[in-house]
Ligand binder design. Structure first.
Ligand code: MG
Ligand code: MG
Length: 257
C-alpha cells in the first residue's frame, strides 16, 4: 500500500543543508565501493563505512533508525536490502554487494545505494545490474515538474519489465532530506492512484529493487535482512533527487568535494 496523501516541499535554506548531507553520502558511497574487497567481512565493511562517515564530518543516518544496528546496510546476492554487517560473513569474489548509505549532517540526511561485483560478472548478473541502474535513471528522467509520482513509477517499471525482472513491491522510494523517510512513497510499479504532482523543492529517493527471479521476498530471523523468496539475485540502486523548474538535480551524483 502506498501512501501519497502528504508530500514535503523543502525551503531553500533546507535544500542547502540537504545538498551538503547528500554530497557527503555520495562521497562515502564512492569511497566505500573503491575499498570493498573479497575477503572482508560485512562487519569490517560496516565499520569502514562508519570511519568514512566520521571522516566526512557526519554521522550515520541509519544507525539506531527504528533500532537498526549498523552504520549502513550491506546486502549480498539474494539479499535485497537492510542487511547487517556481521563478523563471520566474508565477501566472496563471486558475490554481488549492495551498500545503502545515508549520512546525517547539520539536521539533514542523504540516501543512496549501489550494487556492484568483482571482476568479470556472469551475463545474467551484468544484465540485472545494468537494468536496475537504468531503471533508476529512467525514473529520474521522469521526475520533472508537472509529472506525478506515478510517472516515475511507470518509467522504473517499464525498464524493469523490459528485462522481465521481479520488482520488489513491499519496499519503495520515498521523500527524504530532513528526515530519512518523508512522504510521499515512490513505488517502483504503477499504482491505481497517480500520487502528488511534482513541484520544485520536493526531494525524492528513487530506489528500484529488482530481482532476477520473482518479486516475492522474505525476512530473515535477524528481523532486518530482506531476501528474495526464490533465492534469485537482487540489485538495488538509489539516488536522491531534487525536483526543480527544469531537469531533476541528482543530489547524490558522484562529485569530489
Ligand atoms: Mg537507501
Ligand atoms: Mg531510501
Amino acid at each position: 500500500m502506498a501512501f501519497f496523501r502528504d508530500f514535503v516541499v523543502h525551503t531553500p535554506e533546507e535544500i542547502e543543508r540537504i545538498r551538503v548531507a547528500m554530497q557527503m553520502t555520495a562521497q562515502v558511497r564512492d569511497q566505500l565501493v573503491e575499498l570493498v574487497r573479497p575477503g572482508m567481512s560485512t562487519l569490517q565493511i560496516d565499520m569502514l563505512a562508519g570511519d568514512l562517515i566520521q571522516a566526512a564530518g557526519g554521522t550515520s543516518g541509519f544507525l539506531n533508525y527504528h533500532g537498526f544496528p549498523g552504520n549502513i546496510c550491506i546486502s549480498l546476492n539474494d539479499e535485497v536490502v537492510h542487511g547487517i554487517g556481521v563478523a563471520n560473513r566474508i565477501v566472496q569474489e563471486s558475490d554481488i554487494v549492495s551498500v545503502d548509505i545515508g549520512v546525517k549532517y547539520n539536521g539533514a540526511v542523504g540516501d543512496s545505494a549501489i550494487t556492484f561485483g568483482f571482476g568479470e560478472l556472469p551475463k545474467d548478473t551484468k544484465r540485472l545490474l545494468t537494468a536496475t541502474r537504468e531503471a533508476l535513471m529512467a525514473g529520474i528522467a521522469a521526475a520533472v515538474k508537472g509529472n506525478c509520482i506515478r510517472d516515475i513509477s511507470r518509467a522504473v517499471e517499464k525498464r524493469a519489465m523490459a528485462d522481465r525482472l521481479g520488482i520488489v513491491r513491499e519496499m519503495v522510494g520515498h521523500g527524504v532530506g530532513i528526515k530519512l523517510h518523508e512522504p510521499p512513497d515512490v513505488p517502483n510499479y504503477v499504482t491505481p492512484v497517480r500520487g502528488p504532482k511534482l513541484v520544485p523543492g520536493m526531494v525524492l529517493a528513487i530506489e528500484p529493487m529488482l530481482n532476477l527471479g520473482g518479486n516475492r521476498i522474505t525476512q530473515d530471523s535477524d528481523g532486518w535482512t530482506i531476501r528474495t523468496k526464490d533465492g534469485s539475485l537482487s540489485a538495488h540502486f538509489e539516488h536522491s533527487i531534487l525536483i526543480t523548474e527544469n531537469k531533476p538535480e541528482i543530489l547524490t551524483w558522484p562529485k569530489t568535494m
